[in-house]
Design a binder for this molecule. Structure first.
Ligand code: HAM
Length: 411
């Protein structure tokens, strides 16, 4: 029996309905903030990702699904939504017409699967271009926070930090390297590699012994230039004004290389349900003029796991307006025709097409969450009248067989 590949997950029936319902809520919130939807290809030229997430990042080094196509091109399944959004915005010149974009997309990373971590997962993200002010950062964080509120997810803690800009980061890298130098041999292999290439990312290491060494590392916040410091101060004040509770965590540096200034994560159940930040140089690094940007990405599986753990949307399922039961061959045909008329009128209808007892037909109607049940036999066809039963209250109403439409509309 062929199984789904490791790290992937089938989403079906009631769970797929929950996903669609959540996606509708997400779209409503994005539209409230004037974000427009963007759908980019599942794969891109590999270079897009090596140039954006950083050649020495975990994603580029270990996690990308990269393959050669039959034309000899190196392509990569998108590991995240930001780089494709930037590529699309540059290619289609969207920065002026639609500077606020959102997406809900599958993403692929070759990671060790565990709860909340998959090889194919889904990101719901927002990217806001052309505005370098801290107000824009606050708007993006407030959007992420409203998403959590609208879904009713409680207990996600916002952590923010600033990792500076091209002017002040080199100074911090040097300070950090000086601090680490004596302990370099005690760090894990990954961190030793990062020491020269990208020392800041050492702060992001999940290895316990590295974490211990870095506990007393000098804070990046003490190395910020005046502009970055002011940007961060204004952002913090705005978050306070918005009643968004946050904690400053100077160890948050994020795993992708494109960030400048603000970085943030919403931590839920010990992992990031959402991560984001500002990336003022990525657009120019990918070949366009310098356009500042800030955004975030939610992990949809982590979002859905939180929704389930908190018993939110428990009654989210497709409901039938009416299940039409029947006895006898003529009645099967009649119920099929009535079902068709009612479906055309916009109702959710199922009818019985199997030779089953009335009891088993009612059971099926309940299984499909039907609100009403009716049974058609030769007598009902002859008299032109049916009994409609409310499966919840058990009350019954006798009505004309041609006025079911009107009955469903009124009830
Ligand atoms: P990221 O932190 O790599 O950021 O991913 C965003 C979110 O995707 C994470 O917080 C997590 O919830 C989810 N996620 C990541 N990897 C997995 C996985 N293997 N399985 C399940 N969920 C996962 C980015 O990707 C940036 N593009 C975010 C961003 C947008 N920054 C600015 N704009």
């Amino acid at each position: 029996m062929i199984q789904a590949p490791r790290g992937t997950k089938d989403i079906f029936t009631s769970e797929a309905y929950l996903w669609a319902h959540i996606e509708n809520i997400l779209r409503d919130i994005f539209y409230r903030f004037n974000f427009s939807e963007i759908r980019t290809p599942m794969f891109e030229n590999t270079e897009l990702f090596t140039r954006s997430v950083g050649e020495d990042s975990d994603i580029a080094q270990k996690e990308m699904y990269t393959f050669m196509d039959k034309g000899g091109r190196s392509l990569t399944l998108k590991p995240e939504g930001t780089a494709p959004t930037v590529r699309c915005a540059i290619q289609n010149n969207l920065f002026e017409s639609s500077p606020k974009l959102f997406y809900i997309t599958p993403a692929f990373r070759y990671e060790r699967p565990q709860s909340g971590r998959y090889r194919e997962f889904h990101q719901c993200g927002a990217e806001s271009f052309a505005d370098s002010t801290p107000t824009c950062d606050a708007e993006i964080i407030s959007l992420a926070s409203q998403i959590l509120n609208a879904l009713g997810i409680k207990g996600a803690a916002l952590k923010i930090n600033s990792i500076g800009c091209e002017n002040c980061r080199p100074k911090y890298n040097l300070t950090l390297k000086n601090f680490i130098a004596d302990n370099l041999k005690n760090l894990c292999g990954d961190c030793q590699n990062r020491f020269e290439l990208n020392p800041l990312r050492i702060l992001d290491c999940k290895n316990d012994s590295c974490k211990k060494i870095l506990n007393n590392a000098p804070s990046v916040l003490n190395s910020l230039c005046d502009e970055c410091k002011l940007h961060f101060e204004i952002l913090k004040n705005l978050l306070t004004d918005l009643n968004i509770f946050y904690e400053v965590d100077d160890k948050i540096v994020r795993g992708l290389d494109y960030y400048t200034r603000t970085v943030f994560e919403f931590i839920y159940d010990n992992s990031a349900i959402c991560g984001g930040g500002r990336y003022d140089n990525l657009v120019s690094e990918l070949g366009a003029k310098k356009i500042p940007a800030v955004g975030f990405g939610f992990g949809m599986e982590r979002m859905i796991n939180a929704i389930k753990a908190q018993n939110l949307f428990d009654n989210c399922q497709v409901k039938l307006d009416l299940f039409i039961g029947n006895i006898g061959e003529n009645a099967v045909k009649k119920s099929f025709l009535i079902a068709n008329t009612l479906r055309c009128a916009g109702f959710n209808i199922e009818y019985n097409n199997l030779n089953r007892s009335v009891k088993s037909q009612i059971k099926t109607a309940c299984k499909f969450n039907a609100k009403f049940f009716t049974i058609i036999g030769d007598d009902e066809i002859k008299n032109g009248s049916v009994k409609i039963k409310n499966l919840l209250t058990k009350s019954e109403t006798q009505i004309d067989i041609n006025s079911i439409n009107k009955f469903l509309e009124e009830n």
